[in-house]
Structure formats: structure tokens, C-alpha cells
Write a protein that binds this ligand. Structure first.
Ligand SMILES: [Mn+2]
Length: 352
């Protein structure tokens, strides 16, 4: 936490602020260790306060030893105002990408001059403990994928596949699924984010599964597309194309590259084959305490990649009324390339 608080304080100084209020749950946890569902951090050059309510004061003391825990009553902003006052005057930073209009109104009524700030970029580069947790989250998803292959059969519903994946991951140590599991089969596999529904798997369907596990707060994210039977020539063609694009994306990942450059490397493979219009989303995203975070690998990805950033690489081709393929790995950026955490096979799996 010392390193993380140091980076936060450098940001405060750089913006000429007296202090910063941290409310976004991922950031609150990142800078303090506190995992409760309610509370605010108030951090200045020489103070670190964690303001929370009766339910969480003891937990906060245990989880956030670098912070002085302050219990608030019915009005959290009254307590915040009192803390800000004792910290001296000056502008206070707040997370403008998280506060609602109402929250902003309450905070500015209570403490006055506020400066908008984004803190998420401070979480992009992971330390060893974070990489270890992420590694476990990835392994749980890999194991779940291995498990589900024998479960997928004609007649089984998408919903049952999603439930089985989630049950397996939680049974084996995941805190929860990283997000609502996507299982999209047959023509529905053309929906990039098709939530698992009642559709029954039919022989020969593509089955796209996009899921992940949360371990110690860290999210993994994997997508695999398999065929519930024997693949047609067309299915093989589209699968090979996405596989080639994913390989190109992985090969482009390295410190010093921008998210845009990596996205472009994969995108031009798909566009070159004439399917550019059918890959309508970004190539990938940062992943960590949040399932989607900075940096973005997309046509608007300005961020320059650095060692130990963790991102997904997930191209797809989606053909309306026919089906689609997406292949996604969770990876770590290294000085000269990439370390792929996801270990599940990317060869076309035909479940006969
Ligand atoms: Mn993803």
C-alpha cells in the first residue's frame, strides 16, 4: 500500500490539490485494502482517512492498517466535511468518472471547491501480488473450460452450461464469476455479448463461451468457441481467420506500443480477409480489480503499454443469422512482448 499511496500522493501534488476523495470500490480497495461495500478514502500529503459506517469499522481497521478509520453517522458528507476542514484549505480532488450528479452536489455543498480527477490509470501496472491473484483467477477459468467440454452436448441449454461453469469455478475457489457468463450458440453466437438463455445446443452449433473467475478481487476473462459436433468448411474458415487475428494481436503486444497499434495488427488480418465490418468491437481491455479497465486495445487506445499491464486480446467475427467466433486470452505485457496467462487450447475443438 505504501507504493500505491505514494503514487496517489504524487498525483495530488501534481494537480496542486490539498487532498483527494476516493469512492470507486476498486480504487478504494487498491489504495487501502478495504473491501467493504461502503466508505470513502480521504488522502492528503500527510493523512490517510477511511470514512465508513458502523457495519464496517472493525473490518476497515483490519484491512486498511495504513488508514485511520473514522466512523460516520447518518450523514457521511458531514463527517467528510469535518475531516477536510481539519486537513486545511485547498481544492479537493474527486473521481469525476464515478460520482453521480447528486453525489457531486452533496460533496460540493459540504466541502466547496472540487477538482475532477481520474484515478484508474494508477492501477494499470500490476505488482507481483496482483499478478499472482490474476494467475489464480485465470487458472480457475482454464480448469472450468476443460471441465465444460464433456458437458456440452446437443440438448443441453446455454443456461445449464453457464451454471455449470459458474458452479465449477466457485466450487474450486473462485469468489464469484467475473461477470454474467456469456454462452451463445448456433446463430446466437453472432451476438458478441449474448447472455446465456434457454436455447438448447443443436448438433453442429458453434458455442461461444465468455467467462471468468474472481480470485482475491482480481478478474480473469476468457472466450473460447467450440463446435458441438463436426465443423463445416465455413466454420473452419471463420475460426481460422479469428485464430490468425488473435495470434497477430498477441504478437503485437509489447511495452512501448499503443493500444491502437495492437488493435490494428489484429484488425487488419480480419479486414484483409474481407470481414472488417463484422469485427465491431475493440481488440481488448485492461483487466484487474475491474473486469474492464485501462488500458484499452482499440482504435481509440492512446495508452502506451508498459511491463506488467494486464490486458485481454479478443478478436471476433460475427455474421448475422449465421454465427460467430471469438477467441480471448488474458495476458501480461512484458518488456519485449507478452506472457499469455490463459492456457486453454485455441485449436478448433469439435465435440463429437
Ligand atoms: Mn473481455
Amino acid at each position: 500500500m505504501t507504493v500505491r499511496l505514494g503514487a496517489l500522493r504524487a498525483l495530488i501534488a501534481g494537480h496542486d490539490l490539498a487532498a483527494v476523495i476516493v469512492a470507486k470500490p476498486e480504487n478504494r480497495r487498491y489504495f487501502s485494502g478495504f473491501t467493504g461495500s461502503s466508505g470513502l478514502l480521504l488522502v492528503s500529503a500527510d493523512r490517510a482517512r477511511l470514512i465508513t459506517d458502523f457495519r464496517y469499522t472493525e473490518q476497515a481497521d483490519q484491512e486498511a492498517p495504513a488508514f485511520t478509520v473514522v466512523r460516520h453517522g447518518s450523514d457521511m458528507y458531514e463527517t467528510l466535511a469535518a475531516e477536510v476542514k481539519t486537513a486545511g484549505g485547498g481544492r479537493i480532488g474527486f473521481e469525476s468518472d464515478f460520482a453521480t450528479w447528486e453525489t457531486h452536489q452533496k460533496m460540493s455543498a459540504a466541502i466547496g471547491d472540487l477538482a475532477p480527477l481520474h484515478l484508474d490509470r494508477l492501477r494499470m501496472v500490476k505488482d507481483e501480488a496482483e499478478l499472482a491473484a490474476l494467475g489464480v483467477a485465470v487458472r480457475l477459468a482454464d480448469q472450468a473450460f476443460g471441465h465444460i467440454l464433456s458437458f456440452i452436448k446437443p440438448g443441453v441449454s446455454e443456461r445449464d452450461i453457464a451454471l455449470e461453469l459458474e458452479f465449477f469455478m466457485r466450487k474450486n475457489g473462485a469468489e464469484k464469476a467475473a461477470f454474467d457468463i456469456i454462452v451463445a450458440s448456433g446463430p446466437r453466437s453472432a451476438l458478441p455479448h449474448g447472455r446465456a438463455g434457454d436455447r438448447l445446443i443443436a448438433a453442429g452449433d458453434f458455442v461461444t463461451m465468455d467467462f471468468g473467475a474472481v480470485y482475491d478481487g482480481y478478474h480473469s476473462d476468457i472466450t473460447r468457441t467450440v463446435v458441438a459436433g463436426k465443423a463445416t468448411a465455413r466454420q473452419r474458415e471463420i475460426y481460422s481467420l479469428v485464430q490468425a487475428a488473435q495470434r497477430a494481436g498477441l504478437e503485437a503486444v509489447a511495452a512501448g506500443r499503443t493500444g491502437r497499434e495492437v488493435d490494428e495488427a489484429a484488425r487488419q488480418v480480419i479486414a484483409g480477409a474481407g470481414y472488417g465490418d463484422y469485427f465491431g468491437h475493440g481488440l481488448g481491455h485492461g483487466v484487474g480489480l475491474a473486469i474492464h479497465e485501462e488500458p484499452r486495445l482499440s482504435p481509440s487506445g492512446d495508452e502506451v503499454l508498459a511491463p506488467n499491464m494486464t490486458v485481454t486480446v479478443e478478436p471476433g467475427v460475427y455474421l448475422p443469422d449465421w454465427g460467430g467466433v471469438r477467441i480471448e486470452d488474458t495476458v501480461v505485457v512484458t518488456a519485449d512482448g507478452v506472457r499469455i496467462l490463459t492456457a486453454s487450447s485455441k485449436e478448433l475443438i469439435q465435440l463429437d
